[in-house]
Design a protein around this ligand. Sequence first.
Ligand SMILES: C[S@@+](CC[C@H](N)C(=O)[O-])C[C@H]1O[C@@H](n2cnc3c(N)ncnc32)[C@H](O)[C@@H]1O
Length: 163
Amino acid sequence: MVSIFDPTEYKINSKANWNVVAPDYHYNWANKHEGPFKSTVQVVSLAEINPSDKVLDIACGTGAVSSEIFSRLGKTGLLVGIDMSRTALTIAKDTTHGPNVNFFEMDAENLGFDFLFDKILCQYGLMFFPDTAKVLKTLRKILRAWWKNCFCSSWSGRRGAIF
Ligand SMILES: C[S@@+](CC[C@H](N)C(=O)[O-])C[C@H]1O[C@@H](n2cnc3c(N)ncnc32)[C@H](O)[C@@H]1O
């Protein structure tokens, strides 16, 4: 039997799955900063966040990276986190909040921003997007200095996180 990959169906299933697993993912993994999640501090450190930066966290999930970004921002900075899982976003909002923090339920393949970010981060997110190239092209448009300042991490098994 031949099955054709359907990106729309894939995203519906992925969203439903993350809505179920988000609490377990957060409290048993992402929030612990151990194993694969040692990379949370590493990827945010690489980004060299300045207090006044406008920062976007793509596929922010339950907010592990967002929280670390927020700890480095000043009052004039801005943190925006987007994810397609409402359950994950509820945890992110509980953990990180302030007048300069916004979390939106949004598909990374259809980002809706009409201003520029200074830094964009995406930890363990790229591999979930059916059309990664489309996402990266959009990031280039909404990044102030498009040739730098985009920081992504992925997982490579025994070698750990790659940046
Ligand atoms: C492995 S988690 C990573 C979460 C967070 N970045 C972290 O480091 O803990 C993957 C996240 O990608 C989100 N995601 C998957 N596909 C997405 C899409 N098309 N748009 C937005 N978020 C998406 C999921 O909802 C999930 O929260």
